[in-house]
Structures are given as structure tokens and as C-alpha cells.
Design a binder for this molecule. Sequence first.
Ligand code: IPE
Ligand code: IPE
Ligand code: MG
Length: 237
Amino acid sequence: MPLDADYDNFHLPSHVGIIMDGNGRWARKRNMIRTQGHLEGLKTAKKMVKVASNMGISFLTLYVFSTENWKRTADEVGFIMGLVKTYLREELNFYRENHIRIRHAGDPQGLPLEIAGEIREVCEATRNFQGLSVILALNYGGRDEIVRAVRRLSAEGRGEITEETIRRHLDNPDIPDPDLIIRTGGELRTSNFLLWESAYAEYVISEKLWPDWTEDDFKSAISDYQRRERKFGGIRT
Ligand code: IPE
Ligand code: IPE
Ligand code: MG
């Protein structure tokens, strides 16, 4: 398929979610260990934050680690958690310079204490920034998020259970639903990403593995999204 990186600056998706998949396969293809793939994937993630920020996108959710990813070896899990910690520390100046706000989606309670602490600090340090918001989905599962939302709602012991009251108890109720969800690595599934919020998201699947993903690929996904007709269950008028 030809790459069409020409997108319309005036009709950007407000919220883009990315399932950053394919790090392990990228490493295997090069006879490297899986963790090398995660290291390379982190470089791509940093690039995409810059690209989204320069384009003027408001919200970017990155699927970093799912509630199911704990099934991996202790070595791999430990490596990913270490990367998250270094990333947050190293990039703080960059966030400040670019007014980037960092937020978290997922259950902080299941995270190692120092990682949860690091996230809390960086979210606090960047909370007043008005540029791009980067939401790190870490120890995140869509089902888990819904369960935690319903628990919080029922613990309040008042009010009705409606779509609106559940929505208001999700991890980041003030953030609009994703307009576009990109999945790299070619798999045709959600893998538990933003289940509630993605009800009417447009999907773009790329065969490319995440460490190979480029600025042009991102722009081409935006342009692909802009050619879709969104109907939200209605009919064309
Ligand atoms: C995505 O890459 C990163 C995480 C899930 C943490 P994978 O590690 O799943 O890479 P593949 O799918 O095995 O290639
Ligand atoms: C989804 O990728 C999770 C992240 C990218 C963090 P997985 O590699 O975990 O998904 P499955 O196992 O292929 O469905
Ligand atoms: Mg994978």
C-alpha cells in the first residue's frame, strides 16, 4: 500500500491510542533477546510523543503493559518496569519544555511501589501543562478498569448505575474517547485495550513491528482515519 502521509491539519483526531506491539518479534528477527526489542520500542515511543505533540494532538494513550503481561518471565517484566522508570526520569525536562502532561491509566496498586511512586510524581509535576497529554496505560486492562469503576461507584452507595455514572468512574473520565486506535504488529484484536472507551473508535492496523514504526507511518494512519466515515450508529445525511 502506498504511504500517504498527507493529513489534514484541521481535522485531527483529538485522542489517539496506540497498541505498541511487535517488540519481541522485532528482536527475534535479528537474533536478539526480547528485551532488546523493548529498548528499541521505547525509542519509537519517545519519537511518537514528539510527533503527536508537534502535530497538535491533544491526547495520546500508549499501551505500555497490560494486566495480562504479568504472565511473562520475571526478567522481561522487570526489564520493562526498569525502562518505564528511566523513561519517566529522563524525559521530565522534555515534558516541561513542551508542556506535556503525563497521566496514568490502569491500577496503580498492582505496580511495584517505586514505579507507582514515580508515576505519581511525574503526573503531579506535569499536571498543569496544557499541551499534549500522554496517558500511559500501565498495568492496564479494559475489563479491570470497568470492574474498578463499578466498585468505586457502588462504594459511594448512592445513585443509579447508568452508562454515564460508570463512565464517570473510569480512570480518566475527563478525557474524550479515543477517535483512532492504531495497532502495530499486525494482530487483529484489542488485547483488552480501552474496552469501554473504544466503542466508536476507528482502528488502523499496521503490519509493521513497533520498533520499525516511523513518523510517516503515524501521519499515514492519521490520514487513513480522516478518510473514514464515522456514523456512530446513525445514517448518512
Ligand atoms: C509489545 O511487544 C510490548 C508489550 C506487550 C510489553 P511484544 O513484547 O508483545 O512483542 P511481540 O508481540 O512478542 O512481538
Ligand atoms: C498488547 O500486546 C499489550 C501491549 C502492547 C502493552 P500483547 O502482545 O500483550 O497482546 P497479545 O498477547 O498478542 O494479545
Ligand atoms: Mg505482542
